[in-house]
Design a protein around this ligand. Structure first.
Ligand SMILES: Nc1ncnc2c1ncn2[C@@H]1O[C@H](COP(=O)(O)OP(=O)(O)OP(=O)(O)O)[C@@H](O)[C@H]1O
Length: 227
């Protein structure tokens, strides 16, 4: 499945005027593709992710998840779409230290009111897929930063989403662990046919991206395709 942003504009109120965070941004991410979004602080990267995640409605333009145009959807329909079709990896894993890796995933499923579905990988298998085989029953407090980020990624995949949105996953990691996390995201994108958008400051990992977009003052421009 795919994700498409077409001519998306987003403004925030700012005193008596407004700030244009996204200025006619267009982005089309196909299944199995990893698109990286780079750009200086304040250029609109987080806003782009929030709009793609359907957490914020844009002032203009369309956000499509697969064939679904999200413009006409109610808040309840958007919440369902997010739960069932979009995985979000926030910068900070925000795990509960006293719960094991498997329990983190089960709690997420429970809180989202998901019923077991046959096609959904079991929590333990998903954790093995992200490289945590043998660590599934370790408490989050006893996992390293890189391992916690892997749990974070597995948690985003529990609903078998079509779209994966990732915000600065390497920010708190050293070079080697950061590289391993970006490699993992690229592998998962290909393996599950995800349409993935990765916001990153770390331009050194961009070789894993199928396309690179540079944000500047709310505008997006193709910055090339990685070799
Ligand atoms: N809630 C808000 N209210 C008002 N202005 C906002 C709000 N959120 C973001 N902005 C403004 O919108 C613009 C884009 O911000 P955004 O957070 O999307 O950029 P960013 O590229 O993600 O920055 P960073 O790399 O620092 O996280 C900036 O000018 C910012 O000040």
């Amino acid at each position: 499945m795919s994700m498409t942003l077409s001519d998306v504009t987003l403004t925030y109120p700012d005193g008596d005027s407004t700030v244009t965070a996204l200025d006619r941004v267009s982005l089309a991410v196909g299944p199995g593709e990893l698109h990286a979004v780079v750009g200086p602080s304040g250029s609109g990267k987080s806003s782009l992710l929030a709009v793609a995640a359907t957490l914020i409605r844009p002032d203009a333009g369309t956000v499509r998840i697969g064939d679904t145009d999200t413009r006409g959807l109610s808040r309840a329909e958007l919440a369902r779409l997010r739960r069932d079709r979009i995985g979000i990896v926030f910068q900070q894993p925000n795990l509960i230290g006293s719960l094991t890796a498997v329990e983190q995933l089960l709690v997420t499923d429970h809180m989202r009111g998901r019923r077991p579905r046959a096609h959904r990988p079991a929590a333990a298998d998903l954790l093995a897929t992200v490289g945590l085989d043998g660590r599934q029953h370790r408490r989050a407090a006893h996992l390293s930063g890189g391992e916690r980020q892997r749990v974070n990624i597995a948690r985003a995949l529990t609903g078998a989403p079509e779209v994966l949105l990732v915000d600065e996953p390497t920010a708190a990691l050293d070079h080697e662990r950061g590289r391993a996390i970006v490699d993992l995201i690229a592998e998962l994108t290909a393996r599950f046919g995800l349409a993935t958008v990765l916001v990153t400051h770390d331009t050194e990992f961009l070789d894993r991206a199928d396309a690179i977009w540079e944000m500047r003052d709310g505008r997006s421009a193709p910055a090339g395709v990685a070799a």
